[in-house]
Design a protein around this ligand. Structure first.
Ligand SMILES: [Zn+2]
Length: 130
């Protein structure tokens, strides 16, 4: 997770961001420490950023009351009304693709997954009606 987040943020000059992660409450406690263990080129000056970590709405229900109080999307600045579970909703559509794409190369797999997501988004747009 550290590698994914730090890689994603490298090269961006964001001043403020929010990280939504199912177990952000636990993960964030060691982010600063883990940042110092990354390659120098990947390390971020986290003290230069304003960031907040949140637990997505549906996942928060399984966390204790204190965690929900501290990490709820409802109490964070700039979040709006999202539940931050958007990525989870496509898992059920994407799961069958694992079997279909397990024997193909990386490039072709990327194309197939992209086609599936494009199709999903197109169908979603059609379903919005007029
Ligand atoms: Zn928690």
């Amino acid at each position: 997770m550290d590698f994914i987040i730090l890689s994603a943020l490298a090269g961006f000059s964001l001043l403020m961001f929010t990280i939504s992660y199912d177990i952000a409450c636990q993960w964030k406690t060691r982010l600063t420490e883990h940042n110092t263990k990354m390659l120098k080129e990947m390390q971020l000056q986290l003290d230069k950023f304003t960031y907040q970590c949140v637990v997505p709405g549906w996942h928060a229900a399984s966390h204790n009351d204190k965690c929900q109080e501290n990490n709820s999307l409802s109490f964070k600045l700039g979040i709006g009304k999202t539940d931050s579970e958007g990525m989870e909703r496509v898992w059920s559509i994407m799961n069958p693709m694992a079997y279909h794409t397990k024997d193909i190369g990386c490039g072709q797999r990327t194309d197939v997954v992209e086609d599936k997501i494009d199709s999903h988004n197109f169908q979603k747009n059609l379903g919005q009606g007029m």
